[in-house]
Ligand binder design. Structure first.
Ligand SMILES: N[C@@H](CCC(=O)N[C@@H](CS)C(=O)NCC(=O)O)C(=O)O
Length: 242
């Protein structure tokens, strides 16, 4: 049995982290039986990050490695895609995970109005008296990282302008089908929709959140992708056959 080690359900999403949501969706699509084990503390993980899976006593960290593991067990997330589509899919995944993701970090950790909600949700296990001191340090480190990465130096408006072409690229593909590569969710949807769903679920009213929440095409896509991937694949096929 596969055990997914993940951050808990948060803000109406299957997990606080879009990478954990991606892993949940890949596991569901793979048809493999799995269990979840929630934790708020990734420090014992090999890369000090989540998600990870435990299989026969071994820990496999990182959603990309989880995908590879599931593929060795027979999953074919990109079934029916041409080589050109697979190449585009890889680029969309990188766009989501190496660019869109950091906009979520800025929205959640960098916004003074949103931060208290994030702090008291992610770190509610830390006693209130200590929480402020411990989380201020974590926040400072996170924002220092974002400053070095570069996105932390942009204003919210500049960030919105920076991500707009990504959102347009996603929307352009959605004009051609319900999912990024046709009628069924593929690996790219697990990454891209997880990022969009997390952007929309962030508490408060940031420019980015409102940009997503007011976009009918993107909202319908998030809902469709969540419906399709929030349950094991066998349940989805049964629903499609009903
Ligand atoms: N490349 C990794 C990224 C995972 C990741 O960034 N996880 C974040 C949450 S979104 C994390 O665990 N952060 C904890 C930390 O850095 O202390 C993957 O695909 O799994």
């Amino acid at each position: 049995m596969i055990t997914l080690i993940t951050f808990a359900k948060t803000f109406g999403q299957p997990a606080a982290s879009p990478f954990c949501i991606k892993a949940i969706w890949l596991l569901n699509m793979s048809g493999q039986p799995w269990l979840r084990e929630d934790t708020a503390d990734p420090r014992k993980m090999p890369k000090q990050k989540l998600p990870a899976i435990r299989v026969a006593g071994n820990i496999i960290p990182d959603s990309d490695n989880i995908r590879s593991y599931l593929e060795t067990r027979g999953a074919n997330f990109d079934k029916g895609l041409s080589d050109m589509e697979k190449a585009t899919s890889r680029a969309f995944i990188r766009m989501a995970e190496e660019h869109m993701y950091f906009h979520i970090v800025m929205d959640r950790w960098g916004n003074d109005e949103v931060w208290p909600i994030i702090r008291d949700t992610y770190f509610d296990a830390i006693p209130r008296l200590l929480r402020g001191v411990i989380t201020s340090k974590l926040r400072r480190n996170c924002l220092l990282g974002m400053d070095r990465q570069g996105l932390g130096r942009l204003s919210p408006q500049e960030r919105l302008e920076r991500i707009e072409p990504d959102l347009k690229a996603i929307t352009t593909r959605l004009w051609h089908g319900p999912f990024l590569f046709g009628d069924r969710p593929t690996a790219a949807d697990a990454s891209v929709a997880a990022m969009l769903a997390s952007m929309r679920a962030t508490p408060g009213k940031s420019l980015l959140k409102m940009r997503i929440a007011e976009d009918e095409i993107l909202c319908r896509y998030i809902d469709r992708a969540s419906d399709a991937m929030n349950q094991p694949v066998s349940a989805v096929s049964a629903k499609l056959c009903a």
